[in-house]
Every structure is written in structure tokens, then in C-alpha cells.
Design a protein around this ligand. Structure first.
Ligand SMILES: Nc1ncnc2c1ncn2[C@@H]1O[C@H](COP(=O)(O)OP(=O)(O)OP(=O)(O)O)[C@@H](O)[C@H]1O
Ligand SMILES: [Mg+2]
Length: 235
């Protein structure tokens, strides 16, 4: 029996969908990693913005590190009218990093379980197709072992897929490893690594699709820029 063609979810980031044979694959999980300042959050914001604006697909952005005001400021600085999307129910911006009012420094989240509980209702309410978690490495801080983090991340990924979500999960690369906990890229279907390297006294940005299950993808390192228009792949 011939396989049904894969449905693509376009990121709308200039130059990116072409190198992934048309975009992300619907109902899969993409991990985006890179060092500090490499453009991970901006990537995720453009993914949700373009989905909401260009394809009428509501999105949910869960932030654990940057506060929502900072996320809004970044989006506005790159030409994304975030308030309009929020007020029309196209974008749900949830800050789970905010400390609770108990004065003990605890937060609204203590692992993937609390995010699942929140999303269970929110997905129904919002009819979201695209979800971003910025970042899963921040959620990892709540686990005592790498094995426990991996198990919970696998369950979380299954939960997202059972809800027909196409997700972008963010983690960090370190000096020695492409991901913070060295398990994230195995659990995800696709893996995009952003680079930031000094070349001739200047920081130069690059993007490579390291992994993408079920499909062809380009494997070259692609230089990209960040401007007031956001991320654009150069070639
Ligand atoms: N208008 C602009 N023009 C050029 N570069 C910009 C502009 N605005 C932001 N940047 C670059 O984008 C970077 C921030 O990108 P972003 O916040 O997405 O990175 P990140 O990978 O999420 O970082 P972190 O690990 O700290 O969360 C800034 O450090 C800056 O280099
Ligand atoms: Mg970030």
C-alpha cells in the first residue's frame, strides 16, 4: 500500500522550509538547540507567529526562563505584532517561570507533569496546532537523574503527539555536547542545531538540520542572519 504523503507544517522562516523538503512534519517533535544568544527563542517565536498569522494555526508559547514581557519585547522588535495575536486568541503566552507568591522561590512548574496538566485544557480551548517549550532544559532542572528526565520527556512527547501537536522544544548546547542533558536529541523526531562561532573577529551564525525522521533533509551548515525581520537563512 502506498504511504500517505507527509503533511508539512511550514515554519515560514525565510530559507528554512526548503532545506527540510517543505517544512516540519505534522505531529512531530523538533528540538532546537544552540548556545546562549544563538537565536533559539527567536526561531520559536517566528514559528508560532508565522503559523498564527499565515496559516491560521493557533499556537502556545510556554516560557520558563525569559518572562512574558521579554518575549513580547523580542517579538515586537522583530516586527511581530504579538498583542494583536494574543487578543484574537491566536497566541497563548504562558510564563511558568514566575515565582509563586509563597516567598519560597517555588514556581508553577515542577516537571513535565505540571505542563501536561496545564496543556490538557489549553489545547482544547485554544485549538492549538503548534506548541513551543522554551526550554526543556529548564524543566530538566526539576529531575534528579538524567534517566528520570529522559523518561518524563518521552511521556511528554507522547502526550503532545496524541494531541496532534507539531512542537518545537528548546534546549541548550554546551562546550562538550549538542544538548544540555545529552538525551533530548534521541527523543525528538527532528533536531536543528544553531551555531555561533567566531570567524575573523566576528560572530557568525549557522543552522544545520542534524536529524529528521521519515524524510530527506539538507545536511549542509547554512549561514543565517538576525535582523529586525528576524532569522533569515542566507543560502
Ligand atoms: N535587531 C537585531 N539585529 C541583529 N541581531 C539581533 C537583533 N535582535 C536580537 N539580535 C540577536 O539575537 C540574539 C538573541 O536571540 P535569542 O534570544 O533568540 O537567543 P537564544 O538562543 O534564545 O538565547 P538564550 O540561550 O540566552 O535564551 C541576541 O543575542 C542578538 O545577538
Ligand atoms: Mg532563549
Amino acid at each position: 500500500m502506498p504511504m500517505a504523503p507527509l503533511t508539512r507544517v511550514r515554519t515560514g522562516i525565510p530559507g528554512l522550509d526548503n532545506i527540510m523538503d517543505g517544512g516540519l512534519i505534522e505531529n512531530t517533535i523538533t528540538l532546537v538547540s544552540g548556545p546562549a544568544g544563538s537565536g533559539k527563542s527567536l526561531f520559536a517565536m517566528q514559528y508560532l507567529y508565522n503559523g498564527a498569522k499565515g496559516f491560521n494555526e493557533p499556537g502556545i508559547f510556554i516560557t520558563l526562563e525569559e518572562g512574558s514581557e521579554s518575549v513580547k519585547a523580542t517579538m515586537n522588535a522583530h516586527g511581530m505584532d504579538v498583542e494583536q495575536l494574543i487578543s484574537t486568541g491566536k497566541l497563548f503566552l504562558i510564563d511558568l517561570g514566575e515565582p509563586e507568591a509563597d516567598g519560597r522561590g517555588s514556581t508553577k512548574v515542577n516537571g513535565f507533569r505540571s505542563i501536561t496538566d496545564l496543556l490538557q485544557n489549553l489545547i482544547k480551548l485554544s485549538k492549538a496546532k503548534r506548541i513551543v517549550i522554551d526550554s526543556v532544559s529548564a524543566v530538566g532542572a526539576f529531575y534528579v537523574s538524567r534517566e528520570e528526565f529522559r523518561r518524563s520527556l518521552i511521556n511528554f512527547v507522547r502526550f503532545l503527539k496524541s494531541n496532534k501537536i507539531t512542537a518545537v522544544l528548546i534546549t541548550e548546547s554546551t562546550h562538550d555536547s549538542t544538548t544540555r542533558f545529552e538525551v533530548e536529541e534521541y527523543v525528538a523526531d527532528s533536531f536543528i542545531l544553531l551555531g555561533l562561532k567566531e570567524v575573523e573577529g566576528k560572530l557568525s551564525r549557522s543552522l544545520v538540520v542534524r536529524k529528521m525522521r521519515h524524510t530527506w533533509h539538507d545536511t549542509s551548515m547554512h549561514p543565517f542572519t538576525i535582523t529586525t525581520r528576524g532569522i533569515e537563512i542566507i543560502k
